[in-house]
Design a protein around this ligand. Structure first.
Ligand code: ADP
Ligand code: MG
Length: 474
């Protein structure tokens, strides 16, 4: 994949000047993060790290990723409604993974009591890398789908202007025009607005569950702002606030500080560290309510890595999406090799294969947020340790995707601009809304490109590894 920026990346002086202009434009556009020193305050902020140039993405793969998004929305929605599939799929995992077990407990409790929620809202992001095949062709391969707190839709709406600016400074107006417009925050807000409308109470608000220490607040604000523009009010609260001031009435309508809540949008609650005992209770209260949770607990479970692995089994997509062979084919084409590590022969074989060829596999626990996977020698050691233990069922094994590296320049606050070998990960945002059995919205609403140095096996933007980018279609 030729980038076209080759010679530009060699002129250090020009790079420095371009970097200064790019950073100023990023700040002006609102490509912002709070600082790690003061994550609860917006008094002093900085720019979110980004690439100086957009990175090459094969247009055909970009189109493919967009085309399969509505199918992934359907699939997640189908899994979330299939209690039998969730129970069977997660039964071995929840024996050994207490976080997934806790989520599953809440799921069971809500099912037992009866689901009060009638409108369902999914805001997800399906992430891909571009596998480089031995014959030189590239293929779109899904890394994972995020069904809770899928982030950077807000900031991704603001980065195209920055890259257009850089290319315009260089007089590359034709190239600048190739940078796609992108507005995920608007699309995500449209989904929330639709769910709010269907909930049907003019004075009800949207409750955004967030942490106080939140560096990525401007990303969230972008969605809040879109909602306010539609006259929908958003209140930001922590799980702790829900414990203290949240309540349900006899119809299980949710109230916060005495105000009715139509939609609960989680930007928290996807990692074990987000939950104290009190927070688990708050989560249960929210789940029991008839407010539209984004996501509801079943949809969060549908986004686990164990579910992803089970979906790749022969016949599974067909049984979850009956009568939709075209959607099934589009979905399956994006699947990489995924292997169960449950005790038994199948899991034993997967372990043997991974130990024999560690560079071809990734070991994944049931975690979100980056930095949890194991690679190479570390993976081998973990597999040897886990081999005879039931604990191995809390992991899955995945084929490692090998994209072709390219050069770009990464810009981070406090660090000199660095030209390095990079790889990218493309995310497509999807939105769906269902009322009872009727799907009333199902679409894609934009993209996110993140780029990182090849030496980092794992980690996203929040983890300090990847930076924001834009696809440059080639
Ligand atoms: P998380 O939920 O922590 O984001 P991911 O499955 O997205 O978990 O993995 C985190 C990162 O690890 C990804 O952003 C990607 O950079 C890398 N990664 C994950 N799976 C693979 C894979 N199969 N091949 C290559 N890199 C991978
Ligand atoms: Mg990820």
């Amino acid at each position: 994949m030729a980038t076209g920026w080759g010679s530009l990346l060699q002129d250090e002086q020009q790079l420095e000047e371009l970097a200064r202009q790019a950073v100023d434009r990023a700040l002006a556009e609102g490509v912002l993060l709070r600082t790690s020193q003061a994550p609860s305050s917006s008094h002093v902020v900085s720019y979110a790290p980004f690439t100086l140039f957009p990175s090459p993405v094969p247009s055909a793969l970009l189109e493919q990723a967009y085309a399969v998004q509505a199918d992934f929305n359907l699939l997640v929605d189908a899994v979330s409604q299939n209690a039998v599939f969730l129970e069977q799929t997660l039964s071995s995992t929840i024996k050994r993974d207490s976080f997934t077990a806790h989520l599953f407990d809440i799921h069971k409790q809500v099912l037992k009591e009866g689901i009060a929620q009638t409108v369902f809202l999914g805001l997800n992001r399906s992430d891909y890398m571009f596998q480089c095949n031995p014959d030189g062709t590239t293929a779109l391969k899904q890394i994972e789908i995020n069904t809770i707190s899928a982030s950077f839709g807000g900031l991704a709406s603001r980065t195209p202007a920055v890259h257009r600016h850089v290319l315009s400074v260089l007089g590359k107006t034709k190239e600048a025009a190739k940078i796609l417009s992108n507005n995920p925050s608007k699309g995500l807000a449209m989904g929330i607005a639709k769910a709010w409308e269907l909930y049907g109470s003019a004075n009800a608000q949207v409750l955004l569950i967030a942490q106080e220490k939140e560096r990525n607040i401007f990303d969230q604000r972008a969605i809040e702002n879109e909602l306010l523009a539609r006259n929908i009010h958003v209140i930001r609260r922590r799980f702790e606030d829900v414990s203290e001031k949240g309540s349900l009435d006899q119809d299980r309508r949710l109230f916060m500080d005495g105000q009715e809540v139509a939609v609960v949008y989680f930007r928290d609650g996807y990692m074990p560290g987000h939950y104290s005992l009190q927070n688990w209770e708050a989560r249960l209260l929210l789940e029991r309510s008839c407010a539209v949770k984004c996501p509801d607990i079943a949809t969060q479970l549908a986004g686990t890595k164990k579910v992803q692995q089970e979906l790749s089994r022969a016949g599974m997509l067909e049984s979850l999406l009956p009568g939709q062979p075209e959607a099934v084919a589009r979905l399956r084409a994006t699947f990489a090799g995924l292997y169960s590590l449950d005790l038994g022969e199948e899991g034993d074989q997967a372990i043997t294969k991974a130990i024999a060829a560690p560079s071809c596999f990734v070991l994944k626990p049931q975690r979100e947020g980056g930095g949890n996977n194991l690679y190479g020698e570390e993976m081998v050691q973990a597999l040897e340790r886990l081999r005879d233990s039931e604990e191995r069922a809390s992991y899955i094994l995945m084929e490692k995707i090998e994209p072709e590296p390219f050069r770009n320049c990464l810009l981070r606050p406090g660090s000199p601009a660095r030209v390095i070998q990079c790889i990218s990960e493309l995310g497509i945002f999807g939105v769906y809304v269902r009322e009872g059995k009727t799907l009333v919205m199902n679409k894609h609403v934009g993209h996110l490109l993140r780029t990182k140095a090849i030496e980092h096996a794992d980690g996203g933007v929040a983890a300090g590894v990847a930076v924001l980018d834009n696809p440059y279609p080639v």
